[in-house]
Ligand binder design. Structure first.
Ligand SMILES: [Zn+2]
Length: 368
């Protein structure tokens, strides 16, 4: 209104001004304009995307997708991967994402003692330089009272998750996206993977997840940096597939995997690797016994996972008949030194599959 007269001089329609003001007033009172008014402030819908097991060749593509949607995330890195790719660690940090510690070699922490756990965490802290935030994600989500206590002594907070689309099982980008979108909730923590194998499905799923949740009003925030620590979490379920009998070989217990022993799951599939035993040290040529059954069974596959990264195919069994079981005794040479996992993958309906892991230590026979 202060400029009313000068506007008249410039625009030259002073005679129309009262009518124009009336039209504007009527317009402001109309329902059409009222719909354009700001809605009352909604509670902040934050969701935390997290990525484990990197960095790898899939990290940069994931950073690129996140950047296009101005989304922040948190990367729980493996020290042995980070140590060789400091440029990716810097790229993650420079883009505003959080960084957390996922151990150096990806052991199941309830199976290792204090010193090994301290070394695993320190190795990754070293690889992260000053970027380590004090967030520790235990491999497989496996934890125990001792692991929680040791993490505290080391100055770390255990960070789990509330939404697990099981992208590591590669159920298809669409399935990954649908699982995340349908289970999203404010302050949710989503676990996905930027390392440990082919993650192209995860990259593709992000192209669906990010716009869908953004349209629902979510913003994607980083934690484990700049003082932003994880939201209070319900204890996430262990990553064991629902209904599975985990690989329980020679004295291993459900507790070692963080599962609730008083909640026997419905049987959807069963896998077992009975030799070598969980945590066993094996040397040179060794038999590996695998067995798998499933109501809608297609096939199973046994792999050796080398330090969480490379995979060595060991054996496969197939059946056309539902509820069939396959059994293979495999005599093979497990050649690299280190702490690995045997993975039994049971393929069933829709080419989905469940996976079962058994940690083993592979020790080479001395060179002749
Ligand atoms: Zn992991």
């Amino acid at each position: 209104m202060l400029n009313h007269h000068s506007a008249c001089r410039v625009a030259g329609f002073c005679g129309w001004a009262p009518l124009l003001l009336l039209i504007l007033w009527l317009g402001a009172a109309s329902p059409v304009v009222a719909q354009e008014a700001e809605p009352p402030p909604a509670p902040d819908k934050v969701i935390y995307l997290t990525f484990d097991d990197g960095p790898s060749g899939y990290t940069q593509p994931i950073l690129d997708v996140l950047a296009r949607y101005d989304a922040k995330a948190t990367f729980f890195v493996l020290g042995r991967a980070a140590a060789h790719q400091p440029e990716l660690i810097e790229a993650i940090y420079a883009a505003g994402h959080g960084l957390g510690n996922h151990t150096y070699n990806h052991p199941s922490l309830p199976g290792v003692g204090w010193q090994r756990m301290a070394d695993e965490v320190a190795g990754t802290a070293n690889a992260l330089g000053g970027r380590d935030s004090g967030c520790l994600r235990p491999p497989y989500g496996a934890r125990s009272a001792a692991v929680a206590s040791n993490a505290g002594k080391l100055g770390y907070q255990l960070v789990l998750w509330s939404i697990d689309p099981r992208d590591w099982a590669r159920p298809g980008a669409r399935a990954i996206a649908e699982r995340v979108i349908s289970r999203a909730h404010p302050n949710g923590v989503v676990v996905m993977h930027d390392g440990g194998g082919d993650r192209s499905q995860t990259v593709a799923a992000l192209e669906v997840i990010l716009p869908a949740l953004r349209d629902q009003g979510y913003r994607f925030a980083a934690m484990c940096r700049d003082g932003v620590m994880p939201p209070a979490q319900k204890q996430a379920p262990p990553p064991m597939p629902p209904g599975s009998a985990p690989i329980l070989a020679n004295g291993a217990t459900l507790d070692a995997y963080g599962a609730a022993a008083d909640e026997p799951p419905p049987v959807l599939g069963v896998g077992a690797i009975t030799s070598p035993a969980a945590g066993a040290a094996v040397r040179g040529q060794t038999p590996v016994l695998g067995i798998a059954t499933h109501p809608a069974f297609r096939k199973w596959q046994l792999d050796l996972i080398l330090e969480g990264g490379g995979e060595t195919f060991l054996a496969v069994g197939e059946s056309q008949a539902p509820a069939a079981a396959e059994l293979v005794v495999w005599d093979t040479t497990l050649y690299p030194d280190g702490n690995h996992q045997l993975r039994l993958r049971v393929v069933h309906e829709g080419l989905n599959y469940d996976e079962y892991f058994l940690p083993v230590t592979v020790a080479n026979a001395p060179a002749p």
